[in-house]
Design a protein around this ligand. Structure first.
Ligand SMILES: Cc1cc2nc3c(=O)[nH]c(=O)nc-3n(C[C@H](O)[C@H](O)[C@H](O)COP(=O)(O)OP(=O)(O)OC[C@H]3O[C@@H](n4cnc5c(N)ncnc54)[C@H](O)[C@@H]3O)c2cc1C
Length: 444
């Protein structure tokens, strides 16, 4: 959604997966003082940040979207203690660029920095350092929340509103509109990271590398899988990184490119996928094992290709991210990869990572200890839905769940079975708020 939208327009809005494009009443919020009034005017609505959720969490077809990007002010930065107070529409990118030259950085970041603080809280996002740092919610000191009845509350992990805080972190915007947050940043040694790139040939090798990296204190770990290789075993590339202190180098020039048009058919088909996965695997394999990487290249590799989500063509794509517990996790990941390969629908992006033991604070937070697999599938209608249903069955049998930030089609019964704190969460819902996702998964 362009930032230069006219105030209060009825306009088609799509999410990052581009699976639908339906009219919404777009209500831009630009002044925190006016938020309670705006919420009363546009009910039932839902907050919409940078629109980087793949599914329907930030959609409300034929209803209102409270667009928060205009609430983007930095209010106060405690340089000594690293606590930033900012409005909820501020982008993570702007926080990184403010904080890094001052010796601080975000303690947790997802794989794109074009995400608002409100969106990062409402999905309780995790990053490549989850095994050490937990999720975004662990680093919040306070949230200011506007409810649709006009109430404005300051809520924190402890204190009188602790239960509402737990519902709001990971709460998909359904407890109110977040207008401000106090974030505890982390000390930084600068923008550079020391990286190590290690090819692996089986899932056992992946788990051994993860365990060794965690044991030896690697801060960031993530892996890419070639889910189309016909070799026996599952080959992939394990990436790990630590902050690099005292590097005096200019940042690489950010070469920004645009996906120039939406191709009439998906560019991602079995042939292109196979070629891409083969070429990517061998390119990474040939890379120097040890290197220095700028944080923007390492954390946000896709951010410079604007509109990359359009390469999947006019029907969009599903991202499927699951987490399954460590016990049985290897078998569940293997079963998912086998199902994908049998269906002939490999994923352009297949990312595998172990999540750490720190329990998430949010009642509907996704992250739980275990292993998470994220996959992109072009939307081929019934065939894709049938494959995703097979993956659901594997995840369910393993005691895992699907990430709601990426979901657009999970059945309500699966959701109810996999998110055990749902009943507690529902006590805190704001009745003036509703989204396409809440109606699909919660009935209203
Ligand atoms: C390339 C890419 C990589 C990603 N990598 C990761 C990753 O590594 N880890 C991870 O966890 N996620 C990842 N994500 C998902 C992304 O981080 C989340 O979907 C994030 O929440 C999007 O934030 P947003 O500002 O775009 O929010 P939107 O998508 O606009 O909204 C997301 C949710 O937040 C709510 N919301 C937004 N603003 C507010 C507010 N002010 N008050 C209350 N509710 C609000 C909305 O109602 C909605 O429910 C990735 C996404 C992309 C596109």
């Amino acid at each position: 959604m362009p930032d230069a939208m006219p105030p209060e327009a009825i306009t088609p809005v799509e999410s990052w997966g581009r699976l639908s494009r339906e009219p919404h009443t777009w209500l831009p919020l630009t002044n925190v003082g006016e938020v309670p009034h705006a919420l009363r005017a546009g009910r039932p609505g839902i907050a919409h940040g940078a629109g980087r959720s793949y599914g329907d969490a930030a959609l409300n077809p034929h209803g209102a979207l409270w667009a928060t990007r205009g609430l983007d002010r930095f209010i106060h930065f405690d340089q000594a203690g690293g606590v930033l107070r900012c409005e909820a529409g501020a982008l993570l990118r702007d926080i990184q660029r403010l904080a890094l030259p001052r010796g601080w950085m975000l303690p947790v970041t997802p794989g794109t920095q074009i995400v608002t603080v409100g969106g990062a809280i409402a999905n309780d996002v995790h990053g490549k350092n989850h095994h050490l740092a937990g999720t975004f919610g662990h680093h919040l000191r306070r949230i200011r929340l506007a409810r649709s009845d006009g109430e404005v509350l300051d809520i924190a992990p402890q204190g009188p509103h602790a239960a509402l805080f737990a519902a709001t972190v990971g709460g998909l915007g359904l407890t109110g509109v977040i207008t401000e947050a106090d974030l505890q940043l982390e000390r930084s040694d600068g923008p550079w990271l020391k990286t190590e790139t290690i090819p692996f040939g089986t899932l056992d090798e992946f788990f051994a590398l993860s365990a060794e990296s965690e044991r030896t204190g690697w801060v960031h770990t993530v892996s890419w899988l070639d889910c189309l290789s016909r070799r026996s075993g599952t080959r992939g590339i394990f990436l790990r990184a630590n902050p690099a202190a005292g590097v005096e180098r200019d940042a690489p020039l950010a070469r920004s490119r645009h996906m120039p048009f939406t191709p009439p058919v998906s560019l991602v088909n079995p042939l292109s996928l196979k070629a891409f996965n083969f070429a990517y695997y061998h390119a990474q394999r040939r890379k120097a094992r040890h290197a220095l990487a700028h944080y923007e290249r390492f954390f946000y590799p896709l951010d410079n290709l604007h509109g990359w989500n359009r390469m999947y063509g006019p029907h969009g794509f599903y991202q499927y991210q699951s987490v399954v517990p460590s016990v049985g996790g290897r078998e569940a990941v293997q079963a998912m990869l086998t199902a994908i390969s049998r269906a002939g629908q490999g994923s352009f992006l297949a990312v595998l990572k172990t999540l750490g033991e720190l329990p998430s604070l949010g009642l509907l937070s996704f992250a739980q200890p275990g292993v998470t697999l994220a996959l992109d599938f072009p939307n081929r209608g019934g065939a894709t839905l049938a494959l995703l249903a097979r993956l659901d069955a594997i995840v369910h049998a393993a005691g895992g769940r699907v990430y709601l930030a990426k979901d657009a089609r999970w059945p309500r019964a699966r959701f109810e079975a996999a998110y055990p704190h749902l009943a507690e969460f529902l006590l805190h819902r704001d009745p003036g708020i509703s989204s396409a996702m809440s109606r699909r998964l919660m009935g209203k």
